[in-house]
Design a protein around this ligand. Structure first.
Ligand code: PEP
Ligand code: MG
Length: 924
């Protein structure tokens, strides 16, 4: 868009801006335009676009025409308000706020009361007849402008503020008189002059231009950059910030004025009721910063009934217009209600799910919209732990339940330490502060939970913790935090840095020490929402589960079968491992068969358990995969044990000598009996036998040693070289199925073979399966239905997909191994040594073990699917690597034509919702 003289249009009044164009006007600006245009009472103002921001950052100079357009819009504001910018008689004051396309709470700064100077201040005082109000506004402006636009450290202002408070013998800001506030303003002007070397700018247009530049610059500031990096906000999501210039309205004009923040519904529970806080006779920043503890919004109707009614009306209008829960700010100036800002409310998972279900019932949104408004990953929060109700512990303090969930960890009193201990030392940390500020954000990332002693449910700590899904207790006023001494006092007790505390963000309680937590329940609303998800989803969601307990949980979370049961996990059970070891160290096939025959009934029972829990859904069992030495003790451990046994052998020999010598030295009968007793306890022959066994095992361990075990003797290679093992497992699977069928349970076993690289391997295993199947059918008098398939987790398997498809009825992509194979990275080494740097420096955008590498691994998968189906059109294909529970990867799986994803039980709800999103928003 261009203006008359070919200069782009950079500035839009609230009446003309396109409320849908968040990229141009930022979320806040677009919503201010939209609210104005739907007739809500918004103070007049205008938006300077993100295009101007980018042009400014590019050249480090405001583009031509911006300030002219700003000037024209200020004139229009003057006309609308009947006030004059810089006019001492009736001054127009404005706020200057940032706002990008994505909501970045607290990331960029706001300046209030701009336009005040020594002259307009007097005009404002005359106009309002309230010197205290005038000086209060002035000192706030100088501090905010000084900090945000001129870079003067807050603490220089705070020191002066405290000095005047001391002098006036007051503890609360409200106790300060007009003269005190005048004194503070003068001190603040000096602070600015001393720090910047120049007097505070008194020309309102100069102030405005400096403020606009400062907002633009804040887009490139560390806090904003860190935030964007952490939340992966890319330029096509938000590029540059807009600047909103809005006529000031004052919530601090007396007891008929107030300011507040509210959600149209409760963001913690989803309850359909206005939720928020307000402060009478205060400015907006007071609520958010948590300087005074605000009142619950319910009380507004008692204090100002008409305002309560209007606020309820505003809530209805916002929801009906946006079809979404809104998080809005309002100000009441002398009995008149203004909407200052609105945005979609950030809520925890529980509230998102409940509101989705209720809004569909209210006819406010469709099922599709109800599903799409929830990010699948958010659902994991619903599976958050809470405190074990059986444990009776007395809280030491109670604050506001600001973000649900419970966490224990060591108390840490500042964000840097939290980062050091939480991120670098991997300790569980609870960040404890009086109140938090945006600059503490890195401490949040590194902490398990947040505890503050001041501020409300909409304070910075509460909002940010909720967004991150971390537990937070805010405003625990019984706690006094001494950051310098690193100690918090609670009544007559205290806790220091490093001591463990527990917070419960659902109840607001704080405990000393560690309280056990338990898994939460799956709510009925979540059940409803996920049932809708299943109506739309194309991909089926199965679970990776190895035990009946896992399978039960997966079933509860809605899995429609088991996509991967890793049989090796069963081998590691305490009652199995000794038999498994015997099987491995066996010297002959007969000895091995003997150990395997003892394992058979155990495995059969395992499989039967899985089949019966999951019936009538399919259960896919993978034959043994890991290198066999993983079940044996480590070489060093065996060497140590053998050395100890040898030492013991020498001791027992010495005892034999001693017993003989006792006879010679006429020791008493009792002494001789004691020595004999000891000798009998440790029989030299037993020791020798033990040494022999351990040495045999050591030889076995050494003979099984592999340089690269993950690329070595594992998976199907093991099954081919030790066929007895696979035979036992196949028999256990088929017999378990036959037993269950006999009991009338409908079971669908699927056998899959790991690490396959050539069809010949599959043919060999299939031959075993067919032979054993015939035996089992004969034994039980009927055949067992089953499917036979292969894991696809090596590159050659993808390249040979056509010939594998001739043998396999299904493919299951093991993308954990396939990713290692495609990148030639070993996962552990990559994640420990170089991947973090690769991600930080942008060599790789993501960790490919978390986010499926669509361009490489994904491309290969697509080829394999197409090749496989060219031979067998109905080939059933799924994924069972960890990517099967990752939303973006799930979207890719749908595009690649997969039939199902399989992931761990707690990811099943996430995957079901992600599958619905993929179906509703197909990429291809
Ligand atoms: C895989 O490789 O993706 C897989 C599922 O197998 P595992 O993780 O057990 O190696
Ligand atoms: Mg694997």
């Amino acid at each position: 868009m261009e203006t008359a003289n070919n200069v782009p249009k950079y500035v839009f009044s609230f009446e003309e801006g396109d409320g849908k164009d968040k990229k141009l006007l930022g979320g806040k600006g677009a919503n201010l335009c939209e609210m104005t245009q739907i007739g809500l009472n918004v103070p007049p103002g205008f938006v300077i676009s993100t295009v101007a921001c980018l042009a400014y950052l590019d050249k480090n100079a405001l583009p031509d025409g911006v300030m002219d357009q700003v000037h024209d819009h200020m004139k229009a504001l003057e006309a609308k308000t009947g006030k004059g910018f810089g006019n001492p008689e009736n001054p127009l004051l404005v706020s200057v706020r940032s706002g990008s396309a994505m909501s970045m709470p607290g990331m960029m700064d706001t300046i209030l009361n701009l336009g005040l100077n020594s002259e307009t201040l007097q005009g404002e005082i005359r106009h309002t007849g309230d010197p205290r109000f005038g000086y209060d506004a002035y000192r706030r402006f100088i501090q905010l402008f000084g900090k945000v636009a001129l870079g003067v450290p807050d603490k220089l202002f705070d020191q002066q503020f405290e000095l005047v408070k001391d002098k006036a013998h007051v503890t609360e800001d409200v106790g300060l008189s007009a003269t005190d506030l005048q004194d503070i303003s003068e001190r603040f002007l000096k602070v600015v002059e001393e720090h910047t070397g120049r007097p505070f700018p008194m020309d309102p247009y100069e102030q405005l231009e400096i403020a606009i530049r400062a907002v633009f610059n804040s887009w490139g500031g560390k806090r904003a950059v860190d935030y964007r990096r952490q939340f992966k906000i890319t330029p096509d999501m938000a590029n540059g910030t807009a600047v909103n210039v809005v006529t000031m309205v004052f919530g601090n004009r007396g007891n008929d004025s107030a300011t507040g923040v509210a959600f149209t519904r409760n963001p913690a529970t989803g309850e359909n009721k206005l939720y928020g806080e307000y402060l009478v006779n205060a400015q907006g920043e007071d609520v958010v910063a948590g300087i005074r503890t605000p009142k619950a919004i319910d009380r507004l109707s008692d204090e100002m009934p008409e305002m309560g009614r209007q606020l309820e009306e505003l809530r209805q209008k916002l929801e009906t217009h946006y079809h979404e829960i809104q998080d809005f700010e309002f100000t009441i100036e002398r009995g008149q209600l203004f909407a200052l800002q609105t945005r979609n409310g950030k809520m925890n998972a529980h509230a998102m799910v409940r509101t989705s279900v209720e809004m569909v019932a209210e006819g406010l949104v469709t099922k599709e919209q109800a599903l799409l408004r929830i990010k699948p990953d958010l659902l994991e929060q619903m599976l958050f732990p809470h405190l074990d109700p059986k444990v009776k512990a007395a809280p030491v303090a109670t604050g506001l339940p600001a973000s649900p969930g419970a966490a224990s960890g060591i108390a840490v009193f500042d964000a840097d330490r939290a980062e050091q201990m939480g991120r670098d030392l991997s300790l569980n940390v609870i960040l404890v502060r009086e109140e938090t500020k945006p600059e503490d954000i890195h401490g949040f990332f590194a902490s398990k939970g947040i505890l503050t002693s001041r501020g409300g449910k909409t304070s910075h700590a509460a909002v940010v913790a909720r967004g991150m899904g971390k537990p937070c207790v805010a405003g625990a006023e019984g706690i006094s935090v001494d950051v310098n001494r690193r100690v918090a006092y609670v009544g007559d007790t205290s806790f220091r840095e490093g001591e463990v505390i527990t917070i419960d963000g659902t109840s607001g309680k704080v405990y000393l020490g560690q309280i056990p937590t338990v898994e939460p329940e799956f709510s009925p609303e979540l059940g409803t929402l996920l049932a809708w998800a299943d109506e739309f989803a194309k991909l089926k969601v199965m679970a990776n589960a190895d035990t009946p307990a896992d399978a039960l949980r997966a079933l509860k979370y809605g899995a429609v079968g088991i996509g991967l049961a890793r049989t090796e996990r069963m081998f590691n059970d305490v009652d199995r491992l000794p038999i498994v070891i015997e099987m491995i160290v066996a010297d002959t096939a007969e000895e091995r068969e003997e150990a395997l025959s003892r394992l058979l009934p155990l495995q059969r029972a395992d499989f039967q358990g899985l089949f019966e829990v999951m019936a009538p859904n399919p259960v896919t069992i993978r034959l043994l995969d890991p290198p066999i030495h993983e079940f044996l003790p480590a070489e060093e451990q065996l060497e140590r044990e053998i050395a100890d046994l040898r030492h013991l052998a020498e001791v027992t020999r010495g005892m034999t000598v001693l017993a003989g010598a006792m006879a010679l030295i006429h020791a008493s009968e009792t002494a001789r009996a004691e020595i004999d007793g000891l000798r009998r306890q440790v029989d030299p022959m037993t020791v020798e036998e033990a040494i022999g066994k351990k040495e045999a095992m050591l030889r076995k361990v050494r003979s099984l040693y592999e340089t690269n075990p993950m690329l070595g003797h594992r998976g199907v290679r093991l099954g081919i070289t030790f066929p007895e093992i696979y035979r036992m497992q196949i028999r256990a699977i088929l017999e378990a199925a036959a037993e269950s069928t006999k009991k009338g349970v409908a079971v669908f076993p699927q056998i899959k073979v790991p690490q396959v690289c050539t069809a010949e391997e599959l043919r060999r295993v299939k031959r075993m399966v067919d032979e054993i199947h015939a035996e089992v059918a004969a034994k039980y008098g009927r055949p067992v239905a089953f499917k036979f398939g292969t894991m696809i987790e090596v590159v050659r398997a993808c390249m040979r997909a056509e010939s594998l498809a001739e043998e396999a009825e299904f493919f299951s992509f093991g993308t954990n191994d396939l990713t290692q194979a495609v990148f030639s990275f070993s996962r552990e080494d990559a994640e420990n040594k170089f991947l973090p740097l690769y991600n930080q420096t942008g060599i790789l955008a993501d960790n490919p073990f978390d986010v499926l590498d669509v361009k490489g691994v994904g491309k290969l998968m697509k080829l394999a699917v197409d090749w496989g189906r060219s031979v067998k059109p109905g080939l059933h294909v799924g994924i069972c690597g960890e990517h099967g529970g990752h939303p973006e990867s799930i979207a890719f799986c749908q595009d690649a034509g997969l039939d199902y994803v399989s992931c761990s039980a707690p990811r099943v709800p996430v995957a079901r919702l992600a599958a619905a999103h993929a179906a509703l928003n197909p990429k291809g």
